[in-house]
Design a protein around this ligand. Structure first.
Ligand SMILES: [Fe+2]
Ligand SMILES: [Fe+2]
Length: 171
């Protein structure tokens, strides 16, 4: 969905969203924030769907999350992070768990997508304001433009001291 014209995902009528989008989740990187709003919209749509019909939506949500995490991992690599760092490792762990859910669901554990969705809502609220916000601040401080994925100053990464763990206390 094009969230540009709907900056704040609207919950389905009559249903409390599992994941409340709010301004405090904004990281200041507009491309990252756009991806996060799509994440929230898809998560709420998934949780508003009866369990028996969730698998196709879950697969699409999983694909979106693969791309969401790959995007941030790519920006980290481009700006001086080691290939293995706290933030990237956390993405990998979450994706592994999300992928495992599919086979459990297919074996008849059909409430597992709801449980995963609720866990993700809780996890994401912490992740966005810690690791993602830290990454956005880092990108901005060294002049990395996430829209074009280019550095304003080619030398910046050489001098950057990067620790993705600095904001991970809540994870
Ligand atoms: Fe993110
Ligand atoms: Fe992240």
């Amino acid at each position: 969905m094009n969230t540009a014209s709907h900056p704040h995902p609207v919950p389905p009528v009559g249903k409390t969203p599992a994941f409340e989008w709010s301004e405090h989740l904004l990281t200041g990187d507009s491309r990252m924030d756009h991806t996060h709003e799509e994440f929230a919209t898809q998560l709420n749509a998934l949780l508003a769907t009866p369990a028996a019909q969730q698998l196709p939506l879950y697969q699409a949500f999983l694909d979106h999350t693969v791309a969401h995490f790959a995007q941030e991992d790519r920006w980290m690599l481009a700006t001086g992070f080691a290939a293995s760092n706290c933030h990237t490792d956390q993405h990998a762990m979450v994706l592994e768990t999300m992928q495992a859910v599919v086979s459990h669901y297919e074996k008849g554990e059909t409430d597992i997508i709801n449980r995963m969705g609720e866990a993700l809502a809780e996890w994401f609220a912490q992740h966005a304001v810690s690791m993602d916000a830290g990454l956005a601040q880092h990108l901005q401080s060294i002049g990395f433009d996430s829209a074009t994925e280019t550095m304003a100053e080619a030398q910046a990464t050489r001098n950057a001291t990067v620790s993705s763990c600095a904001n991970s206390s809540q994870s």
